[in-house]
Design a protein around this ligand. Structure first.
Ligand code: GAL
Length: 664
């Protein structure tokens, strides 16, 4: 793994698509970039059709010119392989590289992501252009980072073509060794679906009620196939650019992913993420925090990582795409920086006039540079320049971990389930929100992570968990920490088989509870506990076999039964929450749990987000005010956004961000 960081200051720039513009505009672009402090741009992401104009016919002139122009002006290049968007001539010659959806319809040419990770033909063409690109530009001094494809799996995560099915069978053979093992693990006795030949292994095609173990393995296989493709391109680049970092842009958020990012992270030199706020989300600042806390949680050494893409303003893919409010652009970018990003890059530099994303704004917006976006971009560039000293620092260690797992999410969501209307990401995000609101920093980590440094570990709806991870969670309580496990956790093992003897199987002993049956609620139903707390979506018939009852169900079929429990474990404690607490009740409960764990919020709270970054004994306090009222926080030192000296109290105006380098 190559570890050096691509930029000397914090990265600032974005996707740059000069091929959409005549050369006169390039000169203006580069002039404007230098004016606002852009130091790195991503080029080539979707340029395959502009670089390989016909099969084996390469056209480099424009890219040569653009890279030289950027270099002359001191702007570095994150050079992308263009393979996310195969050209139309390739689709015409080889329509079989287009992904096939679960309903067995093949995607049509005419958009991006038209490739299957298991297509040998696609791989051949993709590696040929990758090699040609790497051969030509690896030694160019402007190229400081390589960017493989784009948001891999984003539009082609699950291909159901025959070539994929054949590869799935090979993958299963390697994993299980024999059909006996596979039959046992998948439980093919159910419906008599015994496998007697590897060639009979089905894929989860169509809308049938497939075996959940098969579906989970298909998800794992697809993630592995996409990773394999990433590695194939990466290895070609590596031959020509042995020391330049290579990455690909993840899409990490509070939702289950298409690929298993924590398991991918070790294969990239720089963990890079794309994050887009959702216009209908009333708490997009927390969405940013969740995403950044999760990216940091999967980055070796907890950082730094790179924000490869976010939006300057309105997006184009939602039903209603509102523009960002004044100051939101600056605050969003610094929200990622506060949580460990060493650069904030956008999609894209200049807003396109034509093409599918013509209404997605750019750093140079449709209105031009004399605009709200233009002014905030300029200001952000200046602020990031003043924050250069922060580069290479890491975020203060978090005392709280929240477990989030893609495999658990896949297992949670697919197949027949007691409640089909819940997204895996809902509960983790709700718990994170309660902590974020109190300004408690959280690392969002995979269950395989080292948990030994945390005082509080939250395990929300971790449907699937293996024995080792469950044991690591139990150790947290044994050594004096506090663990909170919620409903729908620990239900199945690594093979997606239910753990018998009562729910939540993997955590039953730790929690001292035994749950017998699920009582999910209808979408408009709500329930009440005797503590006054209210809940939605979920409840359980359970026993506190070896735990103290904190709250009981107050009504309905479970009235009088335990709902929330606490068990003293070693010098720590383990809570079980068997229902989905409504936000206000959850907030209150989180307050009790934090007390129990001896964690005090570190300042801020209620709209003021305070995070510290540290390096060699220096601390920078990031204070982000997401509210409409001025806020204050204790700090002494130099404030880097305004240059003011702060003596004991930092004032953060409404909607603004301040960063104080603390005096010792
Ligand atoms: C990202 C993608 C970009 C652009 C952007 C805005 O997901 O990587 O190419 O499409 O979204 O929609």
């Amino acid at each position: 793994m190559t570890t050096h960081w691509p930029t000397s200051a914090l990265g600032f720039g974005g996707d740059y698509n000069p091929e959409q513009w005549p050369p006169e505009v390039w000169e203006e672009d580069v002039r404007l970039m230098t004016e606002v402090g852009v130091n790195i741009v991503t080029i080539g992401v979707f340029s395959w059709g502009a670089l390989e104009v016909a099969d084996g016919v390469f056209e480099w002139t424009w890219l040569d010119r653009v890279i030289d122009l950027l270099h002359r002006n001191g702007i570095s290049v994150d050079l992308a392989t263009p393979t996310a968007s195969p050209p139309l001539w390739l689709h015409a010659a080889h329509p079989e590289i287009l992904p096939v959806q679960a309903d067995m319809t093949r995607r049509r040419p005419g958009a991006r992501d038209g490739w299957c990770a298991n297509s040998a033909t696609f791989r051949r063409y993709a590696l040929r252009i990758t090699k040609a690109l790497a051969e030509r530009y690896a030694a160019h001094p402007a190229v400081v980072l390589w960017h493989v494809s784009n948001e891999i799996g984003g539009g082609n995560g699950r291909c159901h073509c025959d070539e994929s099915l054949a590869a799935f069978r090979v993958w299963l053979r390697e994993r299980y060794g024999s059909l006996d093992n596979l039959n046992r693990a998948w439980g093919t006795a159910f419906w008599g679906l015994y496998l007697t030949d590897w060639d009979h292994v089905p894929a989860p095609r169509g809308g049938e009620a497939h075996n959940p173990a098969l579906m989970l393995d298909y998800d794992r296989f697809c993630s592995d196939s996409l990773l394999d493709h990433y590695r194939a391109e990466r290895d070609v680049i590596r031959e020509f650019a042995p020391t330049t970092p290579i990455t690909t842009n993840f899409m990490v958020g509070p939702h289950q992913d298409i690929v298993d990012y924590p398991r991918w992270a070790e294969h990239v030199d720089v963990v890079a993420n794309d994050h887009y706020t959702i216009p209908s989300d009333p708490l997009s600042a927390q969405d940013i925090a969740f995403s950044a806390d999760r990216v940091r949680g999967m980055t070796p050494g907890r950082g730094p990582w790179l924000l490869m893409e976010h939006s300057v303003s309105s997006h184009a893919w939602h039903t209603v795409n509102r523009a960002k409010a004044p100051r939101e652009l600056v605050r969003d970018s610094l929200g990622h920086i506060a949580r460990g990003a060493d650069g904030a890059l956008f999609f894209q530099w200049r807003a396109s006039l034509r093409g599918a994303e013509q209404f997605l704004q750019g750093m140079v917006s449709h209105a031009g540079t004399d605009s709200k976006i233009g002014r905030e971009v300029r200001e952000l560039g200046a602020v990031l320049g003043r924050l250069a000293e922060v580069r290479g620092s890491t975020v203060e260690p978090a005392r709280v971990a929240l477990l989030f797992d893609d495999e658990a999410g896949w297992a949670f969501s697919r197949g027949l389930k007691p409640h089909k209307g819940i997204d895996y990401g809902d509960e983790p995000r709700t718990w994170h929100r309660a902590l974020w609101t109190r300004n408690v920093l959280v690392d969002v980590v995979a269950p395989s992570a080292d948990l030994t440094t945390y005082d509080l570990v939250i395990v929300p709806t971790l449907f699937l968990v293996d024995d080792e991870s469950a044991a690591r969670v139990a150790d947290v309580a044994q050594r004096g920490g506090v663990v909170v496990v919620t409903w729908m956790s620990g239900i199945v093992d690594h093979e997606n088989a239910v753990r018998p003897g009562g729910y939540p199987g993997a955590f039953r002993d730790l929690l001292g509870v035994r749950s017998e049956e699920f009582y999910p609620l209808q979408p408009d139903e709500h329930g009440r506990l005797d503590s006054g707390a209210t809940f939605h979506s979920w409840s359980e018939l359970m026993d506190a076999t070896d735990a103290e009852v904190v709250a009981r169900y107050a009504e309905g079929p479970l009235a009088g039964g335990p709902a929330v429990t606490r068990r003293a474990v070693g010098s720590g404690a383990a809570y079980y929450v068997s229902c989905a607490l409504e936000p206000a009740s959850l907030d209150e409960f989180v307050g009790q749990v934090l007390d129990d764990a001896g964690i005090e919020p570190s300042g801020g709270g209620a709209g003021l987000d305070v995070v510290r970054r540290e390096k060699n004994g220096t601390t920078w306090i990031f204070a982000l005010n997401h509210g409409e009222q001025e806020r204050r926080v204790a700090a002494t030192g130099v404030e880097l956004v305004t240059g003011e000296t702060i003596d004991h109290e930092l004032v953060v105006p409404a909607r603004e961000v301040r960063v104080v380098r603390e005096s010792r």
